[in-house]
Write a protein that binds this ligand. Structure first.
Ligand SMILES: Cc1cc2nc3c(=O)[nH]c(=O)nc-3n(C[C@H](O)[C@H](O)[C@H](O)COP(=O)(O)OP(=O)(O)OC[C@H]3O[C@@H](n4cnc5c(N)ncnc54)[C@H](O)[C@@H]3O)c2cc1C
Ligand code: SF4
Ligand code: SF4
Length: 368
């Protein structure tokens, strides 16, 4: 990844422009980048002209073709969902995970398995009580992974915990995160070797990406708590027409128009709703909340999913053909909106060649 700038440019080009996605990976790469309440800031400009913080940021120049080459060893056939081997429905077979998981609990099951089978020393996840600003977490056991089950719909800068895990001695790390976080991790893996400002490049060996069409500002939590009053929030879910909050006394629905002002502006420029560069991507089915959509992308992803099926941790079934057009349309529309922005000279971080651009315009559903 070619980049010529350091933390001053990161501050000016990304943070000051409202483009920071809160991925958090630059946090902890040097002592001068910190986060507070999900805002990431450079607290002292180090003056380096060629910093890793700049190179790994998902909102600095990113060549999509180069990313495909790095992660998959070639160009993509599918211009909407990216490279993948299989699309499935999947769910956990573990009752305790089912109870805690957002949908099918597949993300939690795969991370737990990676720890239990000694594939990794630590897993980076996002935890804390539903309805509160979440906590970036380094989990070392399946109990700690389980405690992070469920979704927080804000931009938790959790990838800072990857740097923390490595500083604490983890030699192999799994991570789960939003697509912008996955992209940051992959850009980090493209850096040359380890250094004091790049401790984790060769340590991340399994990435579970989430689907994500937008994330909310952390101010959403005080808004939500005002809506529910003294009742504690047990779960938050995003439905097509708004947010559903589960409390101890029932469910409350908040219309999407009330939530829209909290969407982070950078998410409007996001080109990757399905974690295209993850080992596996996990989303809802928009259909049956007890299951996940599971996209198996890399060889590592396939190994982990096969292991989870063979161990009886998860089960899978065919993705219903008739639902593919809905998935493709949602993702394609988001990509087309960002391409349009590019024409208007925004979404400047995104670099694509003509074949990739045309592919999005021309391609329909691809059946595998
Ligand atoms: C901000 C956001 C927006 C999303 N938007 C969509 C969407 O539009 N469509 C869709 O299909 N799916 C979306 N998802 C993904 C969805 O909510 C589930 O995370 C996913 O389907 C996995 O379900 P699961 O049952 O396997 O999760 P679980 O087994 O419960 O695991 C959830 C994992 O998510 C991680 N996590 C929780 N909050 C965050 C966060 N803020 N940032 C990073 N990681 C987090 C936890 O570490 C945990 O490991 C979104 C997730 C987030 C965080
Ligand atoms: S690396 Fe992540 S947290 Fe840091 S500026 Fe870029 S988007 Fe924000
Ligand atoms: S929409 Fe994109 S930029 Fe925003 S949180 Fe999700 S993955 Fe990150």
């Amino acid at each position: 990844m070619k980049a010529r700038y350091g933390s001053i440019a990161l501050g000016q080009e990304v943070m000051d422009q409202g483009l920071c996605t809160g991925c958090g990976l630059c946090v902890g790469m040097c002592p001068y980048i910190k986060s507070i309440n999900e805002r990431v800031a450079v607290i002292h400009p180090c003056g380096k002209e060629d910093g890793n913080c700049y190179k790994i940021c998902p909102k600095t120049l990113t060549d999509w073709v180069e990313m495909d080459n790095q992660v998959f060893g070639g160009r993509r056939q599918d211009h909407i969902l990216g490279n993948y081997q299989k699309i499935l429905f999947a769910r956990t077979r573990q009752a305790h995970v089912h109870e805690k998981g957002q949908y099918g609990g597949v993300a939690t099951s795969l991370l737990s398995l990676a720890i239990e089978k000694g594939q990794v020393d630590a897993a980076v996840a996002t935890g804390g009580p539903a309805g509160e600003i979440p906590k970036p977490t380094v989990a070392h056991s399946r109990e700690e992974v389980l405690a992070c089950g469920g979704s927080h719909y804000s931009a938790s800068p959790s990838m800072g915990a990857v740097n923390q895990a490595v500083k604490e001695g983890a030699a192999r790390v799994a991570a789960t995160g939003r697509p912008c976080q996955v992209l940051a991790l992959r850009k980090m893996q493209a850096l040359d070797g380890d250094s004091s400002h790049n401790l984790a490049a060769n340590k991340v060996n399994f990435i579970v990406g989430l689907f994500c069409f937008w994330a909310l500002d952390s101010a959403i939590y005080s808004f939500l708590s005002k809506q529910v009053g003294v009742k504690g929030i047990l779960k938050v879910d995003i439905l097509v027409d708004g947010i559903e909050i589960t409390t101890s006394t029932g469910k409350i629905k908040i219309p999407v128009d009330k939530v829209r002002p909290y969407i982070r502006s950078t998410c409007q420029e996001c080109f990757d709703p399905t974690s295209e560069f993850a080992d596996v991507s996990v989303g809802s089915t928009e259909y049956d909340p007890g299951w996940n959509t599971l996209i198996v992308r890399t060889k590592k992803g396939e190994e982990m999913v096969d292991m989870a099926v063979n161990e009886g941790i998860i089960e899978t079934k065919a993705y219903p053909e008739e639902r593919l057009p809905m998935l493709y349309t949602a993702v394609r529309n988001k990509k087309l909106r960002v391409l349009q922005q590019k024409e208007q000279n925004t979404a400047r971080y995104l670099q694509l060649d003509d074949e990739y651009k045309q592919g999005i315009i021309d391609q329909g559903v691809r059946r595998v």
